[in-house]
Design a protein around this ligand. Sequence first.
Ligand SMILES: Cc1cc2nc3c(=O)[nH]c(=O)nc-3n(C[C@H](O)[C@H](O)[C@H](O)COP(=O)(O)OP(=O)(O)OC[C@H]3O[C@@H](n4cnc5c(N)ncnc54)[C@H](O)[C@@H]3O)c2cc1C
Length: 411
Amino acid sequence: MRDHFDVVIAGAGPAGAQCARDLAARGYEVVVLETESEDDFPRQSNKSTGGTFPSMLASFGIPDDVVMHFTDSVVIESPNEHYTQHRTGAVLEFADFKRFLVRDGKERGVEYRFDSRVSKPIVEDGEVAGVRYAGSEEVYADMVVDATGPAAPLAKELGVSDLERGNQAIGVEYEFEGVSLDEPEYADLTDAMMLRLDHQYAPGGYSWIFHTGADTAKVGVCFIQNESYRQYADEERTVDGYLEHWIDTDPRFADAERIAGKQHRGSAHIQPPGGRLSTDGFVAIGDTVPTIDPLWGEGIHVGMRSARAAAVTADHCLTPDEPETDAENVSLYDDLWHRDVAPNMDSRLLLTRLLYLAPNDRYDRLLRDLNRLDEDTLYRVNSGDKLAIARVLHLDDLPLLVEFARQRLGI
Ligand SMILES: Cc1cc2nc3c(=O)[nH]c(=O)nc-3n(C[C@H](O)[C@H](O)[C@H](O)COP(=O)(O)OP(=O)(O)OC[C@H]3O[C@@H](n4cnc5c(N)ncnc54)[C@H](O)[C@@H]3O)c2cc1C
């Protein structure tokens, strides 16, 4: 007898673990294969700042006890300006959040296998029929889901995801106590999630301070090694070096001390999904696609939405008496992804590339513009609405746009 389930999911991140919860709630037999050990899970995969919004908590039934701190504003900073938007947010304790998803999935009947690194798909008669894991172990299923984040061993081999090394953003974050959250001449960061555009600290990317209560905060830097990076970066300085440079030179960290053991690091690809997101008997979800929002790196909520779209697709394919998991039937997932999970991904990517190409003084001007625009226009800019984006461009942006076009066309 083969070891067989309705659905096999590779990876117990927010996307994989949520997909398992949704499928188990619909009565399917699901196994999740996770490379890390159960005892200290999550270890290397405890990589995220965990900044999210109450809409995620409500949509997926996430309890408040995995939230480190509720915030009430989002701040964007440039070297000399800042913009504050009042919006409730939540900074998760990412490890507690991941453990909750696993525990809750198990209570719904999901089987978890730890120490189970997935290496390749098993393909029979042109359809994905299972996976190889933990060396030579095999498990079979009607549908297979790759939710391993940037590792993507199944999607890569099946030619579903086309993650390019040149599009990989790397990020590192430390947790601190003793941070000055209301420093004179800076924005008040009490109960705020702050993102900073400043090539001095994050060339071709951004840095952040997320308040986590009292005088503590998560402080990090992330960037892609793109054109801006090459233009603004000191090639000798690593991403950790940039974070240390910020800590050493920003007065808000003058009395700050690192909290031992509280360091997070990881990567994600900032690019459009490479063609198909699914094939016969198979879908890729979360950062494997990649689903992460290109502009601000928000990957948890969208990844979980892609998980739900995959669960809806599996339900659609497995409801008939005989499973119908041919590529055409499974492509419902692609439709749901483009329509509901990450609409306007292309224009948001364009906006991202343009943004990270701009010089520091242009960031100051952008923030002055944001302060004078109404909330509706801002919402539309952020959603990738091209007309709204045009409203934050100026005549003297022409050289920037020409450089942008040159890079896009490769001339
Ligand atoms: C430094 C940093 C800060 C971030 N901050 C935020 C933030 O504030 N807000 C936000 O919304 N997003 C943030 N993100 C992005 C967010 O963390 C990701 O988008 C999200 O974790 C993606 O979830 P996922 O389930 O797709 O993949 P992952 O979280 O990467 O999970 C993949 C899982 O698969 C496992 N795995 C990997 N390979 C294998 C294999 N071969 N076999 C079996 N298992 C495997 C891993 O151990 C892991 O458990 C941040 C990312 C980084 C790197």
